[in-house]
Every structure is written in structure tokens, then in C-alpha cells.
Ligand binder design. Structure first.
Ligand code: FEO
Length: 171
């Protein structure tokens, strides 16, 4: 049985991961409308990945006979001045999520909830990847921000991203 405080904190993390998906989807819709379909595709994939993060907590809670209680998801921003400003926000958001995962590690250690150790270690590693991939895109976008041609090249490159969930969708 999962510790009650840990169950509650994991429920809150489900909401944060779902909000992350909302945020990336909101960015995806803007850049699709702006004609940057590759950036939009990258963000759409990121949104799907966030849903899988939420489901990892969901499954962990239910497997341990806990109770998932879904929280309200707030409305994300809907407009960004440029891809650079969106990815700056994305990086800030990922840094915030990293902090929240670290808080969960602290809580589970305090509560001696050893059964969630493997799950949380996965998220600690994943956040290194998340921050790294967002900062890489941000760096590329910064380099081409004065060049429409460069931006189109980056857009094309980012359009190549898919994740396992999407490959299944296509099959
Ligand atoms: Fe699930 Fe991007 O953190």
C-alpha cells in the first residue's frame, strides 16, 4: 500500500505532467498556424510524451492500491512572440518540473517509501534528458533567429521527431 502523503504528492504530479502536455500542445497549435509545422510536430510529440509521464504516476499509484484523484488543469498561455520565446518558457517549465521531481525524492526518502525509488530515479534521469533536449532546440533557434532560411532548416529537422506512441498511432 502506498504511503498517503506520497499518494497525494503523486496525484499532484499527475496534474503537473498533464499541464506540461497542455503547455506543449498550446505551443504546437500556434506554430502550426504560423506555418512552422516541424516545430509544431516536435512540440506535439513532446505533449504526447508528457501524457506518458502522467500515466507512469497513475499506474504506480493504482498498482500499489492507492487512489488517483485528478486535479483541475489550468489554462496554459496561448501566444508566444517567437519560437525562441516559447522554448525559453519550455526550458523554464522543465527546470520547474525537475525541482518538483527532486521534492518528490525528498518526500519519499523522508516517508521511507522505498517502493517508489525506481520510478523516481527514472524521472530524475528523464529530466536531465528533457532539459537537455529543450535547451538544444533553444540554442539552435537562437542561432537562426535573424535568418528565415535558417529557421526553415531547423523547422525541417525538428519535424523528424516522433515517439513510440505516435509510431503505434500510425500503424
Ligand atoms: Fe514530464 Fe517534461 O517533464
Amino acid at each position: 500500500m502506498i504511503n498517503e502523503k506520497v499518494n497525494k504528492a503523486f496525484n499532484e504530479q499527475i496534474q503537473k505532467e498533464m499541464y506540461s502536455a497542455y503547455l506543449y500542445l498550446s505551443m504546437a497549435t500556434q506554430f502550426y498556424a504560423d506555418g512552422l509545422e516541424g516545430i509544431s510536430q516536435w512540440l506535439r510529440s513532446q505533449a504526447l510524451e508528457e501524457l506518458t509521464h502522467a500515466m507512469k504516476f497513475f499506474d504506480h499509484i493504482t498498482e500499489r492500491d492507492g487512489r488517483v484523484e485528478l486535479e483541475a488543469i489550468e489554462k496554459p498561455p496561448s501566444e508566444w512572440d517567437s519560437p525562441v520565446s516559447a522554448f525559453k518558457d519550455a526550458l523554464k517549465h522543465e527546470e520547474y518540473i525537475t525541482g518538483e521531481i527532486n521534492n518528490l525524492v525528498d518526500l519519499t526518502e523522508k516517508e521511507k517509501d522505498y517502493a517508489s525509488k525506481t520510478l523516481l530515479q527514472w524521472f530524475v534521469d528523464e529530466q536531465v534528458e528533457e532539459e537537455g533536449s529543450v535547451s538544444k532546440v533553444l540554442q539552435e533557434l537562437e542561432m537562426v533567429k535573424e535568418s528565415p532560411h535558417g529557421l526553415l532548416m531547423v523547422d525541417k529537422e525538428l519535424g523528424g521527431r516522433t515517439i513510440a506512441a505516435e509510431q503505434e498511432e500510425e500503424e
